[in-house]
Design a protein around this ligand. Structure first.
Ligand code: DSN
Length: 483
């Protein structure tokens, strides 16, 4: 076992040499890569969907596995010489099954959206195409006539999906009309209770009974609360729907056993999708976990839905999942949730308004309308002060999804750096200070602008200095020296 300081020295030397090799071909890329590290080191990263993967995960992605095509599945490829890809894909899938207690894991999706597309098409294949083929008594797809294809396309295109609306915290791929998911399915959406901002399970049940979806989607990108997946499964069963859970945001809390019982989607859903780079802290990518029953249709993901699997990223997934199976990851995941509490309390104690009045996961959704700002102005003002967040719509947002009235903040990244209760309280204080000192600009016609803003002189510098103290105390990739 290599000790921590030797590991830092090895990492430094690996990156120094890698950057020299890159610089010999295109120095501007090497320089941007160095600058990205400096920028990430020097700012408070509060984007709820971002994190810092370990050097082991990052280094695993920079290899010749990138050069290999491997369409198909382990042991069943459309290309020759995939023996080593088989090794890493099988390892990643095994770690994922163990980590989440899932019967089956598919580790090829390149992103969360890809994982959701694989899940949608596997549900359609299992629930619609399979029974249709059986009814048509066709031996395989090659036996179908043009008229058969038309009929099958009509069947596939006439299915219903019920998911959480974007402004309530759902994701674009949960049936948002402009997204492909809102076009490939007849869609309806459920929101949250206007009084509490919470999911109203009775309302979801009523809508499901009326709409009778083939797919019920649970999960979120900007909902600051936990979901009861046992109840969602009851609703799905009652109406004959397949329950699909998108746990992209909170899979780290599932892996780290912060979400257990009814809050763990894996024992309750038919199919679960996730990204691997958010709270799970792995490489950029996606996964699908499924029941044995759905596994064969999920396995058709590549090449039916996805391009060739990225073997270098699957290898990095194996490394990240191995990390997440260590006891330290549970400590990390609990700290992510505890820190979200500290952040929320920090805002509430200073009079700021949070959607749902708080959090019980890894994120808070700050309503910035009380500061007289749009989300876009707040996001920009905070960025000036070295605080990286993203604007986000709040339920029934009068400013829509572009300007918005909210700021979404998550704790996974700064928790990785070692921030705890006191630092997150201080982060809330700094954010409130910036927003109290920011004001909207005016448009060319003299109206109040939704985009331009100004921040009182000296505020951004003062906040940057205050952040620098905390950031220096909790360095990113300690010991990694690119000088
Ligand atoms: N971009 C991811 C997020 O920020 O939640 C999901 O689309």
């Amino acid at each position: 076992m290599v000790d921590e300081s030797s590991m830092s020295a090895l990492t430094s030397s690996a990156y120094q040499q890698a950057l020299e090799v890159i610089a010999a071909v295109e120095p501007r890329v090497a320089e941007a890569t160095r600058q990205e590290l400096a920028d990430q080191r020097g700012s408070l990263k509060l984007i709820a969907s971002e994190n810092y993967a370990s050097p082991a995960v990052l280094l695993t992605m920079g290899t010749w596995f990138s050069d290999k095509y491997a369409e198909g599945t382990v042991g069943h490829r459309f290309y020759a010489a995939c023996q080593n890809v088989d090794t890493v894909e099988a390892l990643a899938a095994e770690h994922a099954r163990e980590l989440f207690g899932a019967p089956y894991a598919y580790v090829q999706p390149h992103s969360g959206i890809d994982a959701n597309l694989v899940a949608f098409w596997s549900i359609l294949a299992h629930r619609v195409e399979g029974p249709w083929l059986a009814k048509a008594a066709a031996k395989n797809v090659n036996d179908l006539t043009e008229a058969d294809w038309e009929e099958l396309r009509k069947e596939l295109g006439n299915q219903r999906l019920l998911g959480m609306s974007l402004d309530a915290g759902g994701h674009l791929t949960h049936g948002f009309r402009p997204n492909i998911s809102g076009k490939m399915f007849h869609q309806q959406q459920y929101g949250t209770d206007p009084a509490t901002g919470l999911v109203d399970y009775d309302a979801v049940r009523a809508k499901a009974r009326e709409f009778k979806p083939l797919v019920l989607v649970a999960g979120y990108s900007a909902y600051p609360r936990r979901i009861n997946f046992a109840t969602m499964r009851e609703i799905a069963d009652e109406v004959g729907a397949t329950l699909m859970v998108d746990m992209a945001h909170f899979s780290g809390l599932v892996a780290g056993k912060v979400f257990t019982g009814d809050e763990d989607p894996v024992p309750h859903a038919h199919i679960v999708t996730s990204t691997t780079h958010k709270s799970l802290r792995g490489p950029r990518g996606g996964i699908v976990l499924a029941t044995e029953e759905l596994a064969p249709s999920v396995d058709r993901g590549c090449p039916m839905v996805l391009g060739g699997p990225m073997a270098h990223v699957m290898a990095a997934k194996a490394v990240a999942f191995a990390e997440a199976r260590r006891p330290e990851f549970r400590t990390y995941a609990q700290q992510v949730a505890d820190n979200a509490q500290s952040l929320a309390q920090g805002f509430l104690s200073r009079g700021a308004s949070l959607v749902t009045g708080g959090t019980d996961n890894h994120l808070v959704l700050l309503d910035v309308s009380g500061f007289g700002l749009t989300g876009r102005q707040a996001e920009s003002a905070l960025l000036d002060a070295g605080i990286v967040t993203n604007r986000n719509a709040i339920p029934a947002d009068p400013n829509g999804p572009w300007y918005t009235s909210g700021i979404r903040l998550g704790t996974p990244a700064l928790t990785t750096r070692g921030f705890g209760h006191d630092e997150f309280d201080r982060v809330a204080e700094l954010i409130v200070h910036v927003l109290q000192n920011a004001q909207p600009g005016t448009t060319s016609t003299g109206a109040v602008s939704k985009a331009s803003y100004s921040v009182a002189e000296g505020v951004a510098d003062k906040v940057r200095d205050a952040s620098a103290e905390m950031l220096e105390k909790h360095p990113l990739y300690p010991g990694l020296d690119l000088a």
